[in-house]
Design a protein around this ligand. Structure first.
Ligand SMILES: *Cc1c(COP(=O)(O)O)cnc(C)c1O
Length: 230
């Protein structure tokens, strides 16, 4: 039996401890539960222990869950978003953390305009230039931010990263530090309408390291829900 309540407590405690270690205010770090492949009862158990932010990777799966969960929680898209799913995605998600192209930003802008809302996004960065992964390369980031800043119905709130996996969580630290440095560099550009306050980084394997390196949001699945099936 997986004790989701105990797991949540543990994760929250670990976040506080990591914040304390580096003199950060634990209140500035949000816990997002990555709930892909988890059922409604698992999600409700996490809500019962105070989780208010959920991340999903697939639009259809998220829709089913959102329809079944009546509590007021926020859903974020953390998986790759195809342009033809933008309309459906905006019915569900409060924020898209996987913005990685101008085409997608334009599609979000168009749909946001229709709905009369501004679409909240994080730009997903592909730090290691991995061919197999989504996210935009560092070299194009300044350009993307400038282009998106001109769109009236999309706002960029931060950066998100899924770095290459390293067995030793300590070896993830340079990636997190690199994202924090990028945040600072990009802020120095002072692009109008681009705030970049959020750093969404760290998963089960390494969220404590990510907090030490400045994460404002960690995305934790396995440590809360146990291993995913399939
Ligand atoms: C699944 C997933 C997570 C959580 O992964 P765990 O290792 O289970 O904590 C975080 N971010 C993204 C983008 C994911 O797809």
């Amino acid at each position: 039996m997986i004790d989701i309540a105990a797991n949540c407590q543990k994760v929250m405690q670990n976040i506080r401890a990591a914040a304390d270690r580096c003199g950060r205010d634990p209140g500035e770090i949000k816990l997002l539960a990555a709930s892909k492949s988890q059922g409604i009862s698992q999600i409700k158990a996490a809500i019962s222990c105070g989780v208010r932010l959920f991340g999903e990777n697939y639009v259809q799966e998220a829709k089913t869950k959102k329809d079944a969960v009546k509590e007021s929680v926020e859903w974020h898209m953390i998986g790759h978003l195809q342009r033809n799913k933008v309309k459906a995605a905006l019915e569900i998600f409060s924020a898209i953390q996987s913005l990685d192209s101008l085409d997608l930003a334009r599609a979000l802008d168009k749909e946001g305009k229709k709905r009369g809302t501004t679409v909240r996004t994080f730009v997903e960065v592909n730090l290691a230039g991995e061919q197999t992964k989504t996210g935009i390369g560092e070299d194009k980031l300044g350009w993307l931010l400038r282009e998106v800043s001109l769109l009236s119905h999309v706002t960029i709130e931060g950066l998100m990263v899924v770095p290459p996996f390293r067995d030793n969580p300590e070896d993830m630290r340079p990636y997190f530090r690199a994202l924090k440095d990028l945040q600072q560099e990009l802020r120095n550009l002072q692009i109008p309408n681009v705030d970049l306050r959020e750093l969404s980084m760290g998963m089960t394997h390494d969220y404590m390291i990510a907090v030490e390196e400045g994460a404002t949001m960690v995305r934790v699945g396995t440590a809360i829900f146990g291993p995913r099936e399939g």
